[in-house]
Write a protein that binds this ligand. Structure first.
Ligand SMILES: [Cu+2]
Length: 113
């Protein structure tokens, strides 16, 4: 009995220490209208291994260059392969938090005329 209580206490502590990372800010901000961004960024509150990043525009997926690989980072940047024309865009990402939890999110922005 005592052992299982200790195990439960340890599990709770571990969960607290290794809380999963989540996005703190995104650039461009979700729902914003901006001039064509040179970099799309996600700032995480703790290191995140970003396993997938997709930028979608009116004609489908747009090639981006990641400035980081698969290492866990708090600042993820990706640059569109060509200037973004005025339109609506969506970003979808997937990642692995350092506590082992898979995470995902999306946000959208518009490039103004
Ligand atoms: Cu978690």
């Amino acid at each position: 009995m005592k052992t299982s209580i200790l195990a439960a206490a340890f599990a709770l502590t571990a969960t607290f220490v290794l809380a999963h990372a989540k996005p703190a800010t995104m650039t461009p901000e979700d729902g914003s209208t901006v001039t064509a961004p040179e970099v799309i960024a996600i700032h995480f509150d703790a290191p995140m291994r970003v396993t997938a990043f997709t930028l979608t525009g009116p004609d489908g997926d747009i090639a981006v260059t990641r400035t980081v690989g698969m290492e866990p980072v708090t600042q993820f940047d990706a640059a569109p392969g060509s200037p973004l024309l005025p339109a609506d865009y969506t970003v979808e990402w997937r990642g692995m938090s350092q506590d082992g939890h898979p995470m995902q999110g999306s946000f959208a922005f518009a490039v103004a005329d």
